[in-house]
Design a protein around this ligand. Structure first.
Ligand code: ZN
Length: 169
């Protein structure tokens, strides 16, 4: 064993399973085929996608800003669009007891509830969510998103995790 810390371990969050809201930006409007869901015209602006990973939460979130060989989730198609730029994500541990759909609907209310692609990420949703992807034409900040729950932490590509309390940043 080396004394040097593994950077991946350094960046790992304190919890394994939880909810996340991925924030990405499209720098230009463009049509994108979202797998079997269909072809949609996505405007230029900010996109918020809410999901949950039962385990390996950090890996799931990192997948959203890494190159993908296989497009699997609806968000993979949008995240690999040519003008797409990942901003980061907030993560909330399962121990917070928050439901994925409740978080999704709160995010929609607070950060521009526009729906560019009905049913996006919501195929298995049993809680009446019209989508798990919301759009905002105005900039959205990760720190503002993190205010949605006291246990929310922020993940940024290449920078690891920022844990609460975020007001000290
Ligand atoms: Zn839902």
């Amino acid at each position: 064993m080396s004394d040097k810390q593994n950077p991946e371990e350094q960046c790992a969050p304190m919890f394994d399973g939880g909810l996340y809201v991925f924030l990405m930006r499209l720098q230009a409007p463009q049509p994108v085929q979202i797998g079997a869901l269909g072809l949609f015209d996505f405007p230029e602006g900010w996109y918020l996608y809410t999901g949950r990973a039962k385990q390996n939460l950090a890996k799931r979130v990192e997948r959203h800003w890494s190159l993908k060989e296989k497009l699997h989730w609806h968000i993979d198609y949008l995240a690999t669009a040519p003008s797409s730029e990942p901003v980061g994500a907030i993560v909330i541990p399962d121990s917070a007891g928050l439901s994925e759909c409740f978080l999704n609907q709160e995010i929609g209310k607070k950060f521009g509830g526009q729906i560019p692609a009905p049913n996006f990420g919501a195929s298995d949703c049993k809680n009446g969510c019209p989508t798990h992807l919301f759009f905002s034409p105005a900039p959205v900040s990760l720190l503002a998103m993190a205010q949605i729950h006291p246990e929310a932490a922020v993940l940024i590509p290449q920078a690891g995790i920022w844990e609460p309390p975020l007001h000290k940043l």
